[in-house]
Write a protein that binds this ligand. Structure first.
Ligand code: GLN
Length: 313
């Protein structure tokens, strides 16, 4: 079935905000120093239908850095350019069962990155972006993510500088992948491209519409642009379902029953194929790096709106 009628959804968004705004668990990320400046009270929600209607509550206009959520969309763009078989072989689609920035996950798998939703796989994905110069590669990513959003996204220079200064671990991961022959271009430039994509500023209104584009077979619900193919959208949603919430992906799928992707700034995007997408933003994170209010609020709405993909009713 479809989403309930507009007035019902609107009410539910407000109710979901009120039910979860007082949750006080979780910790704001601080390993990227700039992220620690976020207000732990921020909480925004937007549901976008596959036809482009948007329903929001709370801080849905507050900008934040997209962080790991960019992984899903850059992967989509690379899949579209490179093809199903090649990304499966070069990046993989299995959950690592380990944290998003694990080095062990690479070592345990003899250099295979396992999936595009953790840093190793995202760095390999980013190294596959086409373009004859690094500027062209960045333009490809920026234009592609902006096409998903339907507006020109901008870099948060403060977040970018802050992460570049503290990026030793990601640089090590990129060098390790280079040693295994998985990254065949300059790892330092791959890190720049990756950190830039993570530093793009979005609101939940942007994220929900980006997700709705994937829910809608790769066609942006408002601009009508075919951003990626329908098969690519489907493939991205599959890998998000098994790996998008890192080592907590099984818990997430069990409770929510939809593909989702989180980022350490506190954003989460969840996709209901054919129906739309829910985006949440709240900075305090759980141990896996997923937004606490975001996980609870998404679970609530999944139940209330009947969005669990495995439910037969
Ligand atoms: N830029 C962040 C990093 O690489 C993204 C991580 C995340 O959102 N989980 O550490």
């Amino acid at each position: 079935g479809d989403l309930p009628e507009a007035a019902v959804v609107e009410n539910m968004m407000q109710q979901t905000y009120e039910l979860h705004v007082d949750l006080s668990e979780g910790t704001v990320a601080s390993y990227i120093p700039k992220l620690a400046e976020a207000d732990p009270g921020w909480f925004g929600l937007t549901l976008a239908s596959a036809t482009g209607s948007r329903f929001s509550s709370g801080d849905s206009q507050q900008e934040f850095s997209i962080q790991s959520i960019a992984k899903a969309f850059v992967y989509a763009l690379v899949c579209d350019a490179v093809g199903h078989d090649e990304v499966r072989e070069r990046i993989g689609v299995n959950n690592t069962g380990l944290p998003f920035n694990s080095v062990m996950a690479i070592e345990l798998n003899e250099g295979h990155t396992m999936n595009p939703m953790v840093n190793a796989g995202a760095l390999t994905t980013t190294s596959l972006v086409s373009g004859s110069t690094w500027e062209e590669k960045w333009e490809f990513i920026l234009q592609g993510l902006s096409a998903f959003a339907g507006r020109d996204l901008e870099l948060d220079e403060g977040v970018y500088a802050s992460e570049m200064e503290t990026n030793m671990r990601n640089l090590s991961i990129a060098r390790l992948l280079q040693s295994y022959g998985h990254i065949t271009v300059d790892p330092a430039r791959v890190i720049e491209l990756y950190t830039r994509q993570c530093s793009l500023r979005v609101t939940t209104e942007d994220l929900a519409i980006m997700g709705a584009t994937l829910a809608n077979g790769g066609v942006h619900p408002i601009t009508g642009t075919q951003v990626v193919g329908a098969d690519v959208s489907r493939d991205v949603l599959s890998v998000m379902a098994s790996t998008g919430m890192y080592e907590a992906s099984g818990d997430w799928l069990f409770e929510i029953g939809m593909p989702g992707k989180s980022g350490v700034a506190g954003g989460i995007v969840t996709i209901a194929p054919g129906k739309g997408s829910l985006a949440t933003f709240s900075p305090p994170l759980d141990a896996a790096g997923n937004s606490v209010r975001g996980v609870h609020a998404t679970r609530h709405l999944s139940h209330k709106l009947g969005l669990n993909l495995f439910s037969s009713t």
